[in-house]
Design a protein around this ligand. Structure first.
Ligand code: CA
Length: 389
């Protein structure tokens, strides 16, 4: 997926406002109607199919827009909706928020499939009829690529109407590592794509390294603008696309070169960007002057942590995030150089209706004239703290 970032305010909040007026995020409404799930680690879905819909806009995709006020609806006993995970994974349940689930008891069956042809029944039952919130239905862990919900009407009529649904990943057994971006392949193949003006700007190097044999050296020169956007950058992209309600630990190390620029403007070194095309990202680590900072929530967002900038020494980070557009559900927790510096803090970590993806390298205001060099190493993403350590 190519991400085109336009607009003038993709950077960190800049108190000098040199980047112009940011797009507001006020068009993204409905936080009160967003989904929360319990006893479920939602897996990202790549697509969804249904046997049909109501012909009036209640389409299958409405069950994964994180809004309880949109739904998929189809009439008839045996209609179905089918989620594709994009690859075979371990799953153990489904979370379903039924439309008018507080007044209707739905009869349904869950099936899984590895090939989209042969399906195995894994659950059959009824919804509680007591809530419009998501209910999680669990089954013995299966390896599958697809999950299908087949509905056999409800106590009021034969409509199948689902506001939101999630496929739940199996609890971790053994390692919960879901991704490594530690450059130990000797190249950048662990990452999805690059945004760089030339290969010398994102080099896999053997010295300095934080661990293993290789690390990344990211260089930005004034004018580096590989995507015709605001600011200057050379960044690696990892399409993490963390599902709403999912929770992960990330560990990595960053070292700022001994001559890293000291400027009173933004220099991002790690960011989780939203799918949208404008506005500051929902979670960004950046240098400002002689500080490193973590800002959450776009522009202006909330500055949740800062520390003095140290050059020439590896900085170790462990970030623990629950991804949610709900401030009461989402949270961040941060360890810096082995110390818990930000105890778990509830905050919205996504913008409603938009998944995030990871960008690592250097992205900074185009007013910076000095060459900037930063090193990254050891990226790992897992479901438990133990597995990133
Ligand atoms: Ca919906």
């Amino acid at each position: 997926m190519l991400l085109i970032i336009v607009g003038t305010a993709c950077g960190a909040p800049d108190t000098t406002a040199a980047e112009g007026t940011p797009e507001t995020l006020e068009t993204f409404t409905t936080t009160a109607d967003a989904l929360t799930v319990q006893n479920c680690s939602p897996l990202p879905t790549s697509s969804v199919l249904a046997s049909g819909d109501d012909g009036a806009g209640s389409v299958a995709n409405n069950t994964r827009d994180d809004r309880l006020d949109t739904r998929w609806s189809a009439l008839g006993k045996g209609v179905w909706i089918d989620y594709d995970l994009g690859s075979v994974q371990s799953l153990s349940g489904a979370a379903i928020a039924w439309h008018q689930g507080n007044t209707r008891v739905n009869t349904f069956t869950l099936y899984v499939s590895t090939d989209g042809v042969n399906y195995t029944q894994v659950y059959t039952g009824k919804s509680s009829g007591t809530t419009t919130a998501a209910e999680t239905y669990t089954f013995a862990t299966r390896t599958a690529r697809r999950l299908r919900i087949t509905v056999y009407g409800n106590t009021l009529n034969d409509w199948a109407s689902i506001a939101e649904a999630r496929v739940c990943g199996a609890p971790a057994t053994g390692s919960s590592v879901v991704w490594r971006g530690d450059f130990e392949t000797g190249n950048i193949s662990q990452w999805t794509s690059t945004q760089m003006v030339s290969a010398d700007r994102l080099q896999v190097i053997s010295s300095p390294v934080r661990s293993g044999k290789y690390a990344l050296k990211a260089t930005v020169r004034q004018g580096d603008d590989p995507i015709n956007s605001s600011g200057n950058r050379n960044e690696l992209v990892k399409m993490t696309r963390e599902a709403v309600g999912s929770e992960y630990y990330y560990r990595w190390s960053t070292m700022f070169a001994s001559d890293f620029p000291s400027v009173k403007t933004w220099q991002l070194f790690t960011q989780w960007h939203h799918e949208g095309s404008s506005g500051s990202p929902p979670l960004e680590f950046y240098v400002y002057g002689e500080e490193i900072r973590l800002n959450i929530g776009g522009d202006p967002g909330t500055l949740v942590w800062k520390a003095p900038l140290v050059r020439g020494q590896w900085q170790d980070f462990i970030l623990h995030v629950k991804w949610s557009p709900e401030a009461s559900v989402g949270f961040v927790e941060l360890y810096h150089n082995g110390q818990l510096v930000l105890p778990k803090r509830n905050i919205a970590t996504m913008f409603p209706g938009m998944l995030n993806y990871l960008k690592v390298g250097l992205y900074r205001s185009d007013t910076v004239t000095q060459v900037g060099v930063v090193y990254h190493d050891g990226w790992i993403m897992a479901r438990t703290l133990a597995d990133v350590l």
